[in-house]
Design a protein around this ligand. Structure first.
Ligand SMILES: *[C@@H]1O[C@H](CO)[C@@H](O)[C@H](O)[C@H]1NC(C)=O
Ligand SMILES: *[C@@H]1O[C@H](CO)[C@@H](O)[C@H](O)[C@H]1NC(C)=O
Length: 364
């Protein structure tokens, strides 16, 4: 395909059918949904290939043969290879650094897709420019160059993979959008097909007050920031989380937001163990505190978040009812390109969140 028609193809997302993407992570493969439950899924994103593989080779083997992955979904669903994930940035940093490393990286990604039969690729660099897991070890001021090189790496990857789709996973917290400046977003927008907004973890252990980790207001705000900085709304994919987060507060929490937390992260960036995440999978329902939260949760209708507080723990999560509201209040009015979820089998208890998304997509 001629390069200019590539850009045209990438730019014509508006008229396309809505994206219904699910990440399928390698740590949750025991309980898998029936095909009726996954009906309508357009993109399955296997997670993760290590970012360093592609600096010098193509030696990735997915955790499940792709024909087995495909068998779980509608015929014709696309299967994408996610690269990276939380804490895995070094291959991207090195791969983005120079024109030569970018070309090598992009070619290795394309060859791996050819070899394995992937339809699309998803770059999960968390995050270009810093604020990753290692932010206290490798400070952000050593990553400033990545703000320049990230769009260049994406350009090379798009050129190398031809007419196959390129998506990226991007942060939901404004402070983490370091490489997504008003200068750079238009360049990124030009070469990517979809932007998977991680509109969750909007509260993490770096916060010092409670807030909803995937509330409607916070999710809408994340999307608006990308639009303001030049991303096409039709490329933005709203993210849903199939887990609850919990955070220890320093005292009683009367209101759902603004309660001071205990020290959740040490100054050196390590975890104090006073916060965490619990997935909506069967095994989690043997955790009495989690079950108590799920059964007694309250809805902050205004901010659009489900929450519970007991035993000095603030719980924050998403419900099928709030998922339905996100379709009506964010996805439809803003003209977004679709939805994605992290991740498929984390919802194995009753698939109620996946089904709520499926229902919402059917009404788009
Ligand atoms: C809480 O975090 C905010 C924003 O990161 C910061 O400005 C503020 O000083 C912090 N407050 C305390 C009590 O640490
Ligand atoms: C998960 O737990 C629910 C409720 O106990 C049960 O109905 C369901 O069969 C379980 N699913 C699997 C795959 O074991």
């Amino acid at each position: 395909m001629h390069p200019s028609s590539l850009l045209l193809a990438a730019a014509s997302g508006a008229s396309a059918a809505p994206v219904f993407a699910v990440y399928f992570d390698q740590w949750h493969t025991t309980y898998l949904p029936e095909r009726a439950t996954t009906a309508g899924v357009t993109h399955v994103i296997t997670a993760f290939a290590q970012s360093t593989i592609f600096n010098s080779g193509t030696s990735y083997a997915p955790f499940m043969p792709l024909d087995q992955v495909r068998a779980l979904f509608d015929d014709g669903s696309k299967v994408c290879m996610a690269i990276g994930g939380w804490g895995d940035t070094s291959g991207f940093s090195a791969g983005a650094a120079t024109e030569q490393t970018r070309k090598t990286y992009a070619q290795n990604v394309a060859t791996t897709m050819d070899n394995l039969g992937y339809d699309c690729v998803d770059i999960d660099w968390e995050y270009p420019g810093g604020n990753g897991e290692d932010y206290r070890i490798v400070p952000n001021d050593q990553k400033v160059q990545e703000i320049e090189t990230f769009p260049l790496l994406l350009q090379e990857i798009k050129a190398a993979i031809g007419d196959r789709e390129l998506s990226i996973a991007v942060p939901g917290k404004e402070g983490d959008m370091i490489a997504f400046t008003a200068d750079k977003v238009p360049l990124i927008n030009e070469v990517v097909d979809h932007v998977n907004v991680m509109s969750y973890d909007l509260m993490n252990r770096r916060n010092n007050e409670t807030t909803h980790h995937t509330g409607i207001q916070g999710s809408a705000r994340a999307v608006d920031l990308y639009i303001e900085r030049g991303m096409d709304a039709s490329k933005l994919i709203l993210g849903f989380a199939f887990y609850s987060k919990w955070f220890t507060t320093s005292g009683p929490c009367e209101g759902q937001v603004g309660c001071p937390t205990a020290e959740l992260e040490r100054p050196d960036g390590t975890d104090t163990g006073l916060s965490g995440a619990v997935t909506f999978e069967n095994a989690s329902y043997s955790d009495a505190e989690f079950v108590q939260a799920m059964q007694n949760g309250k809805t902050d209708e205004e901010r659009g978040g489900q929450w519970y507080w007991a035993n000095n723990k603030f719980w924050t999560w998403d419900t099928p009812a709030l998922i339905a509201r996100k379709f009506d209040e964010i996805i439809k009015p803003k003209g977004l390109g679709g939805v994605m979820a992290w991740s498929l089998a984390q919802d194995s208890y009753d698939w109620s969140h996946l089904k709520a998304i499926q229902k919402g997509v059917n009404c788009l």
